[in-house]
Write a protein that binds this ligand. Structure first.
Ligand code: UDP
Ligand code: MG
Length: 324
């Protein structure tokens, strides 16, 4: 059976990437040409850059690339909204223009040759193909430790996500349309895509070091992403508070019994230290629990506002045209 060649859109979020873009854009174009030449994908396939409100010349570079070569397209977010929103903006933009998308970072860390296997897997019937890095030898010990801890924490907290898979993945347009039904404002794609379902598989690749420029994910941002991922996809922390509440109540009950017995036995003069400890302990636990609950209330607050998840301020092409 001869299958129709799929139209592929490669979606690439870019934030302050003027140093890498001139290098990696060539790599992406070569890959696209090679895939077209090998009859794997349709010649209407494109490379779509999403400028995430960069403060350097990234958008000028994207505009120049698209002027020079029609395979390049670009959209620009009205301001910096973060990696996840940029990827989502790209996916939503192209959902009706293509059969498949591959999202990939623009820094050359993810092996673009893995795209061949991803497309192969799609042609075999998978609609979601996760790119999973098979080693972290290029990472520092600290990055490896924190990044792997990140995935373990997420899974432990009940967020289903693929270990060591970042946002390098193939999605069919059917999956993107289903993903579009998820209306949440707090987006954590790694946890949302498994929820969408469809037949999926993983392919493994070696992740290299950044070609140039610096990572935008320092520990602080990674921690924020983990908290966001957990609180937008799992209520386990709230359940843990309930368990903690039970444990503390039990301990308090024992404490009450102890004080009543002490009172009856007439030994109630001393006890300043134990009272202070108990006060501090309970105060700490209560504040911590309030904080966790507050995090969820904050999420509800943001969700009820239903603000737009991305705002596209500029395009390198005319949106109203059928073929771009
Ligand atoms: N990125 C983005 N918006 C941001 C931060 C990052 O679009 O606010 C893009 C960035 O340009 C890159 C990808 O997201 O293509 C991953 O970022 P980075 O390489 O800095 O993260 P790391 O690979 O170190 O985790
Ligand atoms: Mg990177």
């Amino acid at each position: 059976m001869t299958q129709k060649k799929p139209i592929l859109y490669i979606i690439i979020p870019c934030y302050n990437e003027e140093q890498v873009l001139p290098i990696t854009s060539k790599m992406f174009l070569d890959k696209l040409n090679q895939l077209i030449y090998n009859n794997k994908i349709n010649s209407e396939s494109r490379i779509m850059f999403v400028n995430d409100g960069s403060k350097d010349h990234t958008w000028e570079i994207i505009k120049r690339l698209s002027r020079d070569n029609s395979y390049f397209l670009g959209i620009c977010q009205s301001r910096n909204r973060g990696h996840q929103n940029a990827v989502l903006a790209g996916l939503m933009e192209v959902q009706n223009k293509c059969d498949i998308t591959i999202t990939i970072d623009c820094d050359g860390q993810d092996d673009i040759n893995a795209m061949d296997d991803m497309i192969e897997a799609y042609l075999d019937g998978c609609e979601v193909v996760y790119g999973v890095r098979n080693n972290r030898s290029t990472d520092s010990f600290f990055k490896r430790f924190t990044a792997e801890g990140f995935y373990k924490l997420l899974n432990w907290m009940g967020v289903e996500c693929i270990f060591n898979h970042a946002d390098y993945r193939l999605l069919s347009s059917r999956v993107i349309k289903s993903l579009a039904e998820f209306k949440e404002v707090n987006i954590f794609l790694r946890g949302m895509v498994p929820l969408v379902g469809y037949k999926s598989t993983s392919i493994f690749y070696r992740r290299e070091e950044r070609i140039a420029g610096e990572s935008h994910y320092p520990l602080k941002k990674m921690f924020a992403l983990a908290v966001d991922g957990i609180t937008s996809l799992s209520v386990k922390p709230i359940r843990m508070i309930t368990t903690l509440g039970f444990v503390v109540s039990l301990l308090s009950f024992i404490g009450i019994m102890w004080s009543i017995i002490s009172f009856i036995l007439g030994k109630t003069i001393t006890g300043w230290a134990s009272t202070t400890c108990l006060l501090c302990f309970l105060g700490g636990v209560q504040l911590l629990c309030l904080g966790v609950i507050g995090e969820y209330i904050g999420k509800i607050y943001l969700e009820t506002k239903a603000r737009p998840r991305y705002i596209i301020s500029d395009r390198t092409y005319d949106e109203s045209k059928e073929n771009i």
